[in-house]
Ligand binder design. Sequence first.
Ligand code: MG
Length: 178
Amino acid sequence: MREAIGDQVRIMTDYNQALDPAEAERRARALGAFDLEWIEEPVRFDDYAGCARVRAAAPVPIQIGENCWGVHDMCKALEAGASDLFMPDAGKIGGVTGWLRAAGLAEPRGLRLSSHLYPEISAHLLAATPTRHWLEYVDWAQPVLTHPLPVTDGHVTAPDMPGIGIVWDEAAVARHAA
Ligand SMILES: [Mg+2]
């Protein structure tokens, strides 16, 4: 893949918790030559000690966070030194309040935060995050929104509307619900 797209495009890998720490270490070392942005969830999401072991051996940053419920889980991961990066899920971390708590933990540590799904909401949350990193983008909600989140040159522009700017296209919702 790196050969095909050249060195100007960032590549992230995501194992979705599929590996044990020993195999994750082996693969992380093998992937070290390909200038990856990160390796995501190499081991079971709550195996923070195992993830720390992979991190220590990996020549690539380790990313976790999407399965942490609230900042209590996030603190366990941070105390274990489980990752170089963190990507809370807007829902699981506790909505706006939980996200802002996570951003407060990340800022003094220089821990870069990316988002997990929900780009329409996460764009606003990242804008309020001093250590913001990447917005994970999916277009799943676009067919039922009156103001979809446009992507231009790799960036989104959140709609300038009250709240988080989500207005359901009721006709589209009814069409999809039928
Ligand atoms: Mg993931």
